[in-house]
Design a protein around this ligand. Structure first.
Ligand code: GLC
Length: 747
């Protein structure tokens, strides 16, 4: 019997219960369990179920968008759209998989405990799945989700590695006409098989927990991505400075080295907004301390950097050095704030940079508040943002390179959890603690946190970089599908170590990597200790001049990036988009990863191989302006284009607009008078651009403007839709193939 509940329906058979909850007419939660009560959602989920007008006829539940057929005997479901197309069909599920396969080293179960198998239907592509190596389309592959310090396993990113720093158990099935997403709300180690073992079956499994997932339907993948962000949230609106160029290295070891970088940036007219300090700024790698010898008068140093208009971000790892007399350790021990061993009595001691270390138990809210508050001193010293690293969590004391799965966490209510259930959430909870802390400490500022480990929903707190890559061309190329799939998995503010982290970069690789970096949301050059330096001046003037061009290009488009960040914050749509996200009906737009869209109208075609002179690109429907020459290229065609060392090929869709500003040394230096709306002639369109002060939280009280631009029969109209931020005027450049007209519009 299927019965109505407050937010959905429930059904049961001899073994299991099925609960269906509606979050919308096309966002539906399915939970299979052995108990009658519905489990709590994980911390990733922020949406609440809704009471919707839906109907039940026999065993068919109908919403305004979907039909769900429940087999009352087996509780398996089939989901159809209202035209009767089958979207999803369960083949089998099991909440107690019996396996005689033995447990491997690191407690890795060969066969997970819970399992759901769905029929592979019409999907021509599988996307999302967070931070994974390999091509864009994941159909035909298998993967695990278990946050891992990849390099600690002495492995470089490669397609044979299952686990990366980040775990996002979300995937999208798509073809030309339809799309769905499945978010598996399970924080244990999870596994996906996208028709690899059996080409008719897509399955997801977990080492424990509940069989609890959300089915999200959309006519397009863009719609699915947007709806997924209703479940796990959107990125906050960033301070615009963090969309600028950022410079890092492991490590700038003392104040002079850091100041030298700052001075060289300004002397060489390399636009840059953010500098980083890696682990060596601390006293013996003790988090929340500063080495008072190497970084003497830290406050003064921070002030000097501020005067040169740099923001300063420092690294904070979760491992706390075991050392009596070190206040963070003492207080944490005193208050019982650290993760425990399997006996739940003594603290688990692992090993990170400071040597023997304990790990804050972020499951407890009071620990999160404590950790957040610990940042106060750093902020008072003049630090602006926080870089959370090693938060998978990484642990060098054992072969598994993380905490043993039977370590114990607890909540404020003393509910005990094994690390196997919390592991994937650890980085998420640390970022949450840091974000909430900075929000309190930095009055009226927008917190900036960068994280390495993440789970579904981490986008609400932190930007993400994809960890330890290498200075090899393959990693440059493979970072693109990784960023694009992260974007489809709710993570818009992403980037990788530009130039490559380990190994030796070369001038050509650094140039090509910067050209890509200038078009990725998070743009930071970072390299490991003992590698060749790769600051923009490291390879001499000729290379630096070309690199400067990339950075200038980024600053020209920084307000455009900011508008795209606003779209991610507002609608959950990623800044970087695979071409098919905008051209779902075009079969040739599928699975491209050597080119991508920035927003809906800028086609970026990075060069990811050494020495090439030509590159084949595909331009979808419409006409496309060469960004540099304004020459028009026809869409729905492949083009063989010439490649030059100092240029990344970029095209702008005709009948669209971008925001462009004159370049300077840092973002605050861009005068409003230099801000242009650039309209590319073509068919009619309408677009709204967002403006605010770029760094305070005043926008939350309405201090922002929305300016609408409209092209109709080649005539431009501009009007403020909402003018809370004092926009008096704006320049317009109207671009044709062979000329440009300029206007000044005042309001
Ligand atoms: C990790 C980080 C890297 C950092 C290093 C030292 O390997 O991924 O970015 O530089 O630790 O802190």
């Amino acid at each position: 019997m299927i019965k109505r509940t407050t937010y959905g329906y429930t059904a049961e058979n001899d073994n299991y219960f099925l609960d269906i909850e509606f979050f919308d007419h096309d966002i539906i939660r399915f939970v299979y369990s052995k108990e009658k009560s519905l489990p709590k959602t994980s911390s990733a989920v922020i949406a609440e179920p809704r009471k919707l007008e839906v109907s039940l006829n026999n065993n068919i539940v109908e919403t305004s968008r979907l039909k769900i057929v429940i087999d009352e005997k087996t509780l398996r479901v089939k989901i159809y759209d209202l035209e009767g197309q089958l979207l999803s069909e369960d083949l089998d599920y099991d909440l107690d998989v019996k396996s005689d396969k033995k447990i491997e080293k690191c407690h890795k179960l060969k066969e997970a405990k819970i399992l759901l198998k769905k029929k592979k239907l019409w999907e021509t592509g599988i996307y999302g799945t967070g931070e994974k190596y390999g091509f864009l389309n994941k159909l035909g592959s298998k993967m695990e989700n278990w946050c891992s310090d990849v390099l600690a396993h002495t492995q470089l990113h490669n397609p044979l590695i299952d686990n990366y720093h980040t775990s996002i158990p979300f995937y999208i099935g798509a073809d030309l006409n339809k799309s769905y997403g499945i978010y598996f709300d399970n924080t244990f180690r999870t596994y996906f098989d996208f028709a690899k073992e059996d080409q008719d079956v897509i399955s997801f499994r977990a080492d424990g927990g509940k069989l609890d997932y959300y089915f999200i339907y959309g006519a397009t993948t863009k719609e699915v991505v947007q709806k997924y962000s209703e479940i796990t949230g959107k990125m906050p609106l960033p301070d615009i400075a963090y969309l600028g160029y950022q410079q890092c290295r492991w490590s700038y070891k003392n104040r002079d080295e850091l100041l030298d970088v700052a001075i060289k940036m300004r002397e060489n007219k390399i636009p840059c907004d953010v500098l980083y300090l890696d682990i060596d700024y601390m006293d013996n790698y003790k988090v929340f301390t500063i080495d008072s010898v190497a970084f003497k008068d830290f406050k003064k140093l921070a002030l000097e950097l501020k005067k040169m208009n740099f923001k300063l971000v420092v690294i904070i790892d979760p491992g706390v050095k075991v050392e009596k007399g070190y206040s963070v350790y003492d207080e944490g021990i005193d208050k019982d704030y650290f993760v425990k061993m399997s006996d739940n009595k003594s603290e688990y001691i692992g090993e990170v940079w400071p040597g023997k270390s304990v790990f804050p138990d972020f499951m407890q809210e009071k620990v999160r508040i404590w950790w957040g508050e610990l940042h106060r001193n750093l902020i008072e010293q003049g630090i602006d943002g926080i870089w959370n690293d090693m938060n998978e969590p990484a642990d060098m004391s054992n072969d598994c390179k993380t905490l043993p799965e039977d370590c114990k966490h607890k909540t404020d209510e003393n509910q005990i959890f094994d690390h196997s259930e919390i592991h994937n959430l650890y980085g998420f909870l640390e970022a949450e603690a840091t974000y909430n802390g900075l929000e309190k400490i930095q009055e009226n500022k927008r917190p900036f946190i960068l994280t390495r480990a993440a789970f579904a929903g981490s986008q609400r707190y932190a930007a993400l970089w994809t960890g330890d890559n290498a200075s090899i061309w393959e990693h440059l190329e493979m970072s693109i599908p990784m960023f694009l799939n992260l974007g489809l998995s709710g993570y818009s503010f992403v980037g990788g170590d530009v130039g490559g982290f380990i190994g030796e970069t070369t001038p050509e690789l650094l140039i090509r990597w910067n050209q890509l970096g200038a078009f990725t949301p998070f743009y930071r050059n970072h390299s490991a200790c003992q590698t060749t330096h790769q600051e923009p001046w490291a390879f001499g003037k000729e290379t630096m001049d070309i690199l400067r061009h990339s950075m200038n290009q980024r600053y020209e488009l920084i307000y455009h990036f900011y508008n795209l960040a606003y779209e991610s914050y507002n609608k959950g749509i990623p800044m970087l988009r695979p071409v098919f996200l905008e051209y779902q009906k075009d079969p040739r737009a599928y699975d491209l990863h050597e080119q991508f869209l920035l927003g809906e109208n800028i086609m970026v075609c990075p060069v990811v191989r050494p020495g090439i002179k030509k590159k084949m690109i595909y331009l979808p429907e419409g006409q496309w302006f060469d960004y540099y020459t304004h020459e028009i290229y026809e869409g729905k065609q492949y083009h063989m284009i010439d490649i030059e060392i100092d240029k990344i090929p970029v095209f702008v869709l005709s009948g669209s607009a971008i925001l462009r500003s004159n370049v300077n040394q840092f973002v605050d230096d861009i005068e409003c008078e230099n801000l242009n709306i650039e309209v590319y002639d073509g068919s009619d369109f309408e677009k709204i651009f967002y403006f605010d002060d770029g760094n305070t939280r005043n926008y939350e009280d309405g201090t922002y403007s929305l300016i609408k631009i409209k092209l109709e029969n080649h005539k431009i109209e501009i009007e403020p839709v909402y003018n809370g931020f004092d926009m008096h005027q704006i320049n317009v450049n109207y671009v044709f193939e062979d000329s440009t007209e300029n206007y000044l519009i005042t309001f």
